[in-house]
Design a binder for this molecule. Structure first.
Ligand SMILES: Cc1ncc(COP(=O)(O)O)c(C=O)c1O
Length: 423
């Protein structure tokens, strides 16, 4: 048995994200034709989008200069200057944020952005205090919770549940509780929310965002908005809402959900101090961020093709999928005490199995035995609360798979739920 450091022990223990990525890798490599992979956050295969990337890649490979730019150089620790300038222009033109190239840095994917951001802002401080990140609405993205170098880095807040119809509900931030938390806990160093939210498909309203923004400014702490599914790309938001940025907001983006998760390219938009710090961490931990994604999409953004791809291919694809998945679920779960979160963005259905007599972890095991991979809700709440059964009553499934796989998976989930409810 090796003796690992505290860091080593913390980062090698069993975690939700490790289980998820292991399941994903195993299911992707399996030759079992019955597997219904409804568990991962992989973007869908969209042939029209893939054709555009493939053509662009071919053009780049045939041109020695662009080939070399993509693979033959380290960029600076902030990432490709050219790509950063293109992003500055795009975002200023669309949203008038007044960005300069000192407001953007690249990383090796949003997951890396969050590791660096969280540990930059929270954890052990010089004055002996231990700072935390406040998640204003749990359930939240599974990938955050194990990222703290020190323990206990996250505090999460229960939402208010709005019952929209017999089959649909929506979470809202409980601002009274949030303000109390902020007033009573001097160790909150930042507020962070994903919008759209992974795992629920929730999109915080513009009003909720404005209130979060005001609270963060009042407390003089940054508001981190994880925009992995949002605007300007991939634009997997099916509501009429706006993105927002200023000096106190850290907005993160990624090329992954545009269909390029293998390019491992994250984008952080923040004030100059945070960008300089993130670039310094890049230098120490990675020398420089990956250049491949930046090179591949630079010309596509400049020429407007990336926006065409988002508006006419990617966004309509996911919007249609979200609507048909919701309809399918409503039909298949008829007669069960099951509801879904209103699918407003991202790629997920969040299924609430009310008063489920077994935990969703138990349900997950029964489903895995039948080759259906989902993620049980326990993983999306960093603080376990014994008096809140809702934490163990939900499932996240992705609807990026084909209609056939989704239907088969939902039917098996429905069968297992009917069994569990009758036990
Ligand atoms: C909300 C959210 N944030 C961040 C990430 C990490 O994305 P990546 O590291 O591929 O950019 C994901 C991936 O699923 C996500 O769903």
């Amino acid at each position: 048995m090796k003796k690992f450091s505290r860091f080593g022990q913390k980062f090698t223990q069993q975690s939700g994200i490790l289980q998820l990525m292991a399941d994903l890798g195993q299911a992707n490599q399996s030759e079992n034709p019955n597997i219904c992979m409804l568990g991962g956050g992989n973007p869908a295969s969209i042939p029209a989008a893939e054709a555009i990337y493939q053509k662009e890649m071919h053009t780049m490979l045939e041109n020695p200069e662009s080939f070399n730019q993509m693979l033959g150089f380290y960029d600076g620790p902030q990432g490709s200057d050219k790509f950063i300038d293109i992003l500055v222009n795009l975002l200023n033109q669309r949203y008038d944020w007044g960005l300069t190239r000192k407001n953007i840095c690249l990383t090796n994917g949003s997951q890396s952005s969050f590791f660096n951001l969280f540990n930059l802002l929270a954890g052990e401080m010089d004055d002996g205090s231990h700072k935390q990140v406040l998640l204003p609405l749990a359930p939240e993205y599974i990938g955050y919770f194990d990222q703290g170098i020190s323990e206990n880095m996250f505090v999460a807040q229960r939402p208010i549940i709005e019952h929209i119809s017999d089959f649909v509900f929506k979470y809202h931030i409980d601002f009274d509780a949030l303000e109390q938390q902020l007033d009573n806990n001097p160790d909150i160093a930042a507020i962070c929310a994903s919008r759209p939210t992974n795992p629920t498909g929730n999109v915080l309203t513009d009003e909720e965002m404005a209130r979060l923004d005001t609270l963060a400014q009042k407390k003089n702490i940054p508001l981190i908005i994880d925009n992995a599914y949002g605007f300007p790309f991939p634009g997997a938001i099916y509501m009429d809402v706006n993105p927002h940025w200023h000096d106190n907001i850290v907005l993160t983006m990624s090329l992954s959900k545009m269909g390029l998760p293998g390019a491992r390219t994250g984008i952080v938009i923040a004030n100059e101090e945070i960008i300089a710090a993130m670039s310094a961490i890049n230098a120490v931990t990675a020398l420089a961020p990956n250049s491949i994604g930046a090179c591949l999409v630079s010309r596509l953004i400049e020429s407007g093709e990336a926006m065409h791809l988002r508006e006419n291919i990617i966004r309509p694809f996911y919007k249609e999928k979200s609507q048909s998945a919701a309809k399918l679920a409503e039909r298949i779960f008829t007669g069960l005490p099951v509801k879904i979160h209103k699918p407003e963005g991202a790629f997920f259905l969040w299924i609430w199995c009310q008063k489920l007599p077994i935990s969703t972890t138990e349900l997950y095991q029964r489903l895995t035995a039948r080759d259906v991979y989902v993620i049980p809700s326990e993983n999306f709440f960093p603080n376990k609360e014994d008096d809140w059964k809702h934490q163990t009553e939900c499932l996240r499934i992705t609807y990026t798979q084909s209609e056939t796989v989704l239907e088969r998976g939902l039917n098996i989930i429905s069968e297992e739920l009917r069994k569990a409810y009758s036990e």
